[in-house]
Design a protein around this ligand. Structure first.
Ligand SMILES: [Cu+2]
Length: 141
């Protein structure tokens, strides 16, 4: 029985880990503590594509919020507006930074207050089938 479990583990996880480590990496993930009345929260990180093909971030899931979407902040007539992107392309051997005032992952409908020191676990799904798990630290505001 134990042997079967070990084999299943290898079958399920090795391909994922192998591809993930060679193609796409996440660096510098963080978010900032918000007032407890806030229901939304922005997450910032850098996605590096070290592979030889372009790849797109297609979806994000987390159990900390009702939704997790890719947003881009832009200035429109002096007003900061946010646009929802269906996906985010990362060129081969390129990287995309999500940072304040620009791209971010928007967590909507937080299920619990997130405090400095907490970690928010997210799964990022890419067009090449890779799913990366990221533990995002919440920093003091
Ligand atoms: Cu947003």
């Amino acid at each position: 029985m134990k042997k079967i479990k070990v084999i299943l583990f290898i079958i399920c996880f090795l391909p994922l880990v192998g591809i993930a480590q060679t193609n796409v990496r996440i660096d510098d993930a963080y978010s900032r503590e918000m007032p407890s009345s806030a229901s939304n929260m922005a997450v910032y990180l850098t996605i590096r594509n070290v592979g030889s093909h372009g790849v797109s971030l297609e979806s994000i899931s987390t159990d900390a919020a009702e939704s997790a979407m890719i947003h881009r902040s832009t200035m429109d007539n002096g007003m900061m507006v946010m646009e929802h992107l269906a996906e985010l392309y990362i060129p081969s051997r390129g990287n995309v930074r999500l940072e304040p005032g620009g791209l971010h992952i928007m967590l909507g409908g937080l299920k619990r207050p997130l405090r400095a020191g907490d970690l928010v676990r997210m799964n990022l799904s890419f067009s090449n089938g890779v799913v990366l798990r990221v533990d995002v630290p919440i920093l003091e505001n």
